[in-house]
Design a protein around this ligand. Structure first.
Ligand code: THU
Length: 132
């Protein structure tokens, strides 16, 4: 968990967040031990910004990863633990559902980490199986 949070913090330091000045990092741990990170990427057209978790999922899926998601870490600049926004919960759920896992989500703050299951963050999720 500590290593995954460190990876998220490192990723967060590369965030492009000049408008909110709120740098977020995310790290995804897969069953094969690999880690994929992401950081938020904002835009002068404010509503087009991308969250760190979404960037990380896009990086993983665009390099062919499908499922195997075992854990997620999210870090931010606030003192309190940061939890993924609603859209990111849905985006994370898609990747997790492809491999049938329910990853731990480590929400890190300055001196506190809250660990919850993705299914707790997004109960009764709509996912790939909902379409069949
Ligand atoms: N943000 C994330 O990257 N992930 C979240 O789960 C919540 C919010 C970003 C979006 C925006 O760039 C900044 O944090 C302030 O909302």
């Amino acid at each position: 968990m500590d290593d995954l949070i460190s990876a998220a913090r490192e990723a967060g330091s590369t965030a492009y967040a000049p408008y909110s000045n709120f740098q977020v990092g995310a790290a995804l741990l897969f069953a094969d031990g690999s880690v994929v990170t992401g950081a938020n990427v904002e835009n002068a057209s404010y509503g087009l910004g991308l969250c760190a978790e979404t960037v990380a999922v896009a990086k993983a899926m665009s390099s062919g990863t499908r499922g195997g998601l075992e854990a997620v870490a999210v870090t931010g600049p606030a003192h309190d633990p940061i939890t993924p926004c609603g859209r990111c919960r849905q985006v994370l759920n898609e990747l997790a559902a492809l491999g049938g896992t329910d990853p731990d989500v480590h929400c890190a703050g300055a001196d506190e980490v809250i660990t919850v299951k993705l299914s707790q963050l997004l109960p009764m999720a709509f996912g790939p199986d909902s379409l069949v």
